[in-house]
Design a protein. Structure first.
Ligand SMILES: [Zn+2]
Length: 294
């Protein structure tokens, strides 16, 4: 945890001579991330194109106004099995000085599930909340690289998942960033999904870039969080995939064992009581440090 204790690294004499003390480096708060998650969930089911989805976008914008960052909207119309749907990715850019960039991403939409009230506390909510807390941290802490925080719309499929039904937002942004040159500056993208489960176990997503995964697992081990970062895994289709396909180093952090036998996934049981501040804090703190090592 030494990396967080910047003030403590100073000699004692220098510390005494500094008055007033520099503000402490902000630490990622799991409680704060959980509150942001609860706020997102309070809008109800938030499928792409819905009124609740747009209200959540307004809330994300209102939070980003409080941070020192550039906010970029990425609106587009997706062709889905449910017809043409207007979607929008929200991107916050915290500028660095190196000319290169890193990205942390997650989705804010929830799966459209006719007949059940699916509020997606973990699936859609936790990634939204973690990123909002990350924005609070980045307002007070600069990295040498540009840091992009990305809230993807349209991660979820309408009906059955297929290569052309799902990850609409990330496919769109990967195309856009390939065309405008941003991808050539991007050193790595780390995506988070379903990382709020009280019983946290992040699998080793096997399509992810090995060096990137190893670096994140190393930080987790150093922080004493090794038990949450599993030693096994498998392939998962998620928002990192369109970036991998374009040659970007990318990693998906996902806990795909949610409830007994993953029984709460895509069900009405995906509610706030299944989440914990500690799980969000584990992932957030590992990522705050991992960004310094890319
Ligand atoms: Zn989902």
């Amino acid at each position: 945890m030494a990396a967080f204790l910047v003030a403590g690294a100073m000699p004692a004499a220098e510390r005494r001579s500094r008055a007033p003390q520099a503000a402490p480096v902000a630490e990622f708060s799991g409680e704060s991330a959980l509150q942001f998650t609860a706020k997102a969930v309070s809008f109800g089911p938030r499928p792409a194109g819905s009124a609740a989805n747009r209200r959540l976008q307004d809330y994300i914008h209102s939070q980003l106004k409080l941070r020192r960052c550039q906010v970029i909207d990425d609106p587009f119309v997706a062709r889905t099995p449910a017809g043409r749907i207007a979607m929008n990715n929200i991107i916050a850019r915290f500028p660095g000085s190196s000319g290169r960039a890193v990205a942390i991403s997650g989705h804010f939409d929830t799966k459209d599930m006719p007949g059940i009230r699916f509020v997606g506390a973990n699936d859609g909510g936790s990634s939204t909340g973690l990123l909002l807390e990350f924005a609070r941290i980045l307002a007070a802490r600069r990295y040498s690289d540009d840091v992009y925080l990305i809230w993807f719309d349209g991660e979820e499929a309408f009906g059955e998942w297929s290569p052309v039904n799902g990850v609409f937002g990330s496919r769109h942004l990967a195309d856009r960033w390939a065309a405008n040159g941003t991808l050539s500056r991007l050193k790595a993208l780390i995506n988070v999904d379903m990382i709020g489960d009280k019983d946290l176990g992040i699998l080793q997503e096997s399509n992810s870039t090995p060096w990137l995964r190893e670096r994140v697992w190393k930080v987790a081990g150093e922080f004493g969080y090794g038990r949450y970062f599993l030693q096994f895994g498998g392939p998962v289709e998620d928002d990192h995939a369109p970036f991998l396909a374009r040659g970007v180093a990318a990693l998906d952090l996902i806990d795909f064992d949610y409830g007994p036998g993953n029984a709460w996934w895509h069900t009405a049981a995906d509610t706030m009581d299944k989440l914990s501040a500690h799980s969000l804090e584990v992932v957030g703190r590992v990522l705050v440090e991992a960004l310094t090592r890319l």
